[in-house]
Design a protein around this ligand. Structure first.
Ligand SMILES: [Zn+2]
Length: 340
């Protein structure tokens, strides 16, 4: 029987856990609502109980466990430093209690990095040697896979493509810099542009949509564009162009086999992606990259399958160490800052 691992995806809406086999089949899954307010100890207890339940209900013993979560992660210490989307999820030592409760090696990974390895192993990145994965949602996140392994970097924040500066005089980013890619094209950036267009009286259609819900969103910008508003459409096309330039700059550096994309903004389809592809093709090495983006095939389960991929990777690295008889420390992530 194939080996299995336990995968966890801790999000702002729910906490999910599953048993996943080596082919990426989800054999069993459970989830609970993310508590709206809880102490550190309560959250740890909820997470440990969720994983204990999955382990108990599984038909065989899983070989390892990995939890993926947004935010700042200290993989060495098995700690979540800060996950802004989960209230109270701050400075929580997570993997030692999981290892104690379940008796199997436990790991933690930032969710964008985990998503990259998930696409590489189970999704749109299958068959690639080197992969750049970009998440295009509320923010922009990314992960890099080189030769089958996550490239975590010296301090664990490799892949922070969202904070590549693309417009030095551009809008202020949440990180404090100006003109970061995610300050120019992301759900948050499009919502800000939508408010600006309304304030400048440039789109009656958008103004009407926003008035219905009380605030302007990136979805309304897209809705108005799809309904034929040229100003809104130009805004999305400009965002796509900048996205292509941002990704293309990283392609120039990494020369990946493939670029995979996931995230809520991809619902904008070709209005966003066609200018992005064309901007990528315009760069010196863009055409060599295949000049196409492969869209995630993992859907709702991207978080769980990403965590599972990291668990399998960690097991392979550990067994490689044993085979070589070395005392090499397994690659680890001291800290990682990601916003999505
Ligand atoms: Zn930034």
């Amino acid at each position: 029987m194939a080996a299995t691992v336990i995968a966890g995806d801790l999000g702002g809406t729910n906490l999910r856990a599953a048993i996943v086999d080596e082919d990426g089949n989800i054999l069993l899954r459970r989830q609970v609502d993310t508590p709206e307010s809880a102490t550190r100890d309560e959250i740890t207890a909820i997470v440990v109980e969720l994983f204990r339940t999955v382990a108990r209900e599984g038909s065989e013993r899983a070989a390892a466990l990995c939890v993926a979560t947004a935010g700042l992660v200290d993989a060495d210490g098995g700690r979540v430093l800060l996950a802004a989307n989960i209230p109270g999820f701050r400075d929580i030592v997570l993997t030692p209690p999981l290892t104690d409760a379940l008796g199997i090696p436990s790991f933690i990974e930032n969710d964008a990095s985990a998503a990259a390895l998930g696409e590489f192993r189970f999704g749109a990145g299958r068959g690639a040697r080197h992969l750049l994965h970009v998440t295009v949602g509320t923010g922009i996140g990314g992960g890099i896979v080189i030769g089958g392994h996550l490239h975590r970097g010296e301090h664990g924040f490799a892949g922070e493509i969202g904070h590549t500066i693309i417009e030095p005089a551009g809008p202020r980013c949440t990180c404090g810099s100006r003109g970061c890619l995610e300050a120019v094209v992301s759900g948050t950036a499009f919502a800000r542009r939508a408010r600006e267009l309304i304030a400048a009286g440039k789109s009656a259609q958008l103004k009407a949509l926003a008035a219905e819900s009380g605030d302007a969103t990136s979805n309304q910008l897209f809705e108005a564009a799809r309904a034929g508003d040229p100003v809104c459409e130009a805004e999305i096309r400009h965002g796509g162009h900048m996205l292509g330039l941002g990704i293309g700059s990283i392609v120039n550096v990494l020369d990946p086999t493939r670029v995979t994309l996931s995230g809520g903004l991809l619902a904008m389809g070709d209005m966003l992606l066609e200018p992005a592809r064309s901007a990528l093709r315009s760069l010196p090495y863009g055409p060599a990259s295949g000049a196409s983006f492969a869209l995630s095939t993992l859907g709702e389960d991207a978080g769980l399958l990403g965590a599972a991929a990291v668990a399998f990777e960690r097991l392979e690295l550990a067994s490689g160490d044993e085979e070589q008889g070395t005392s090499r420390r397994r690659p680890s992530v001291p800290s990682k800052m990601r916003r999505r």
